[in-house]
Design a binder for this molecule. Structure first.
Ligand code: CO
Length: 132
């Protein structure tokens, strides 16, 4: 069912330092910081030949990654995102297989429909599925 790895999202405590790490130290193509207030994050996109890395930093009062950074003060992998052809079919299959879907299908950070799957069902990893 899943296709390409769309992105790996990494929560970072210092966005400037993380940007420098990927741009200067690792020599990657890195975007400017893009505020995504609807998602409570500031994002820097790292473009790799085969996928993207998203550096996430909390934005605003109710950021979904603030608690994650409290538990992981040095940062850490927040989620991985796999592409699917049909998000509603994917959500139905996950529920039919007894997997916990967090909330409903929503519009993700790229303007495409996504769902999130609970880490308890996926080896401790929060999984995002995005309709490509
Ligand atoms: Co994501």
């Amino acid at each position: 069912m899943i296709g390409k790895l769309n992105h790996v999202a990494i929560a970072v405590p210092d966005l400037d330092a993380a940007t420098a790490l990927y741009r200067q130290t690792l020599g990657a193509k890195v975007s400017d910081p893009l505020p995504q207030p609807a998602h409570g994050v500031m994002v820097v996109f790292v473009e790799l030949p085969n996928t993207k890395i998203e550096l996430l930093h909390p934005l605003g009062e109710k950021s979904p990654i603030a608690a994650f950074l409290e538990k992981n003060p040095r940062g850490g992998i927040h989620h991985v995102c796999y592409e699917v052809a049909d998000i509603n079919a994917a959500a139905a299959k996950m529920r039919a297989d007894g997997k916990k879907v967090l909330g409903d299908v929503r519009t993700g950070a790229h303007g495409k429909p996504v769902i999130f799957l609970h880490p308890k069902d996926f080896n401790g990893t929060l999984v995002e599925l995005e309709q490509a």
